[in-house]
Write a protein of this length. Structure first.
Length: 144
């Protein structure tokens, strides 16, 4: 019993010392997610039918946690312009942003964009969504 009482405090101290590094190793640290947008026309739009057709792009970036709760962290609307005025895929409009403090085990980043086409007063809206993860390197291509 005497030996047990001698080793017990030593085991308690050792357990306390070991707990902190193990806890730090299992905790995930927030990271920054870099997102790169490229907006370009996916067609030449040289036909006369497109002369009065414009397009507007609305981009929303959200953090989504494991409970499904969403928080908008970036929101931008590009000015409407004629579809023929958008640059080609070789020279796109670019925008780079950084989303700070993303917990990779509890959150992910989602990019939503809405393309609104207007042709002689008729509107068409198209929505797309992309989850930003390591496999797509944060690149979001938006083809008009």
């Amino acid at each position: 019993m005497n030996k047990f009482l001698t080793w017990f405090p030593a085991l308690m101290v050792l357990g306390t010392v070991m707990y902190k590094p193990v806890k730090e190793a299992t905790e995930t640290k927030p990271v920054n997610k870099d997102i790169s947008f490229a907006v370009y026309k996916g067609s030449s739009y040289t036909s006369g039918i497109y002369d009065n057709t414009s397009a507007q792009v609305h981009i929303i970036v959200e953090k989504v946690n494991t409970k499904g709760e969403r928080a908008i962290v970036w929101d931008k609307t590009l000015d409407s312009k004629y579809v023929s005025q958008y640059p080609s895929a070789e020279n796109p409009l670019k925008q780079d942003i950084t989303i700070h403090n993303v917990n990779p085990k509890k959150e992910h980043v989602v990019v939503h964009y809405t393309l609104t086409y207007n042709s002689k007063g008729s509107e068409l809206q198209m929505e797309e969504g992309t989850i930003v993860n390591d496999s797509n390197s944060g690149k979001v291509d938006i083809s008009i």
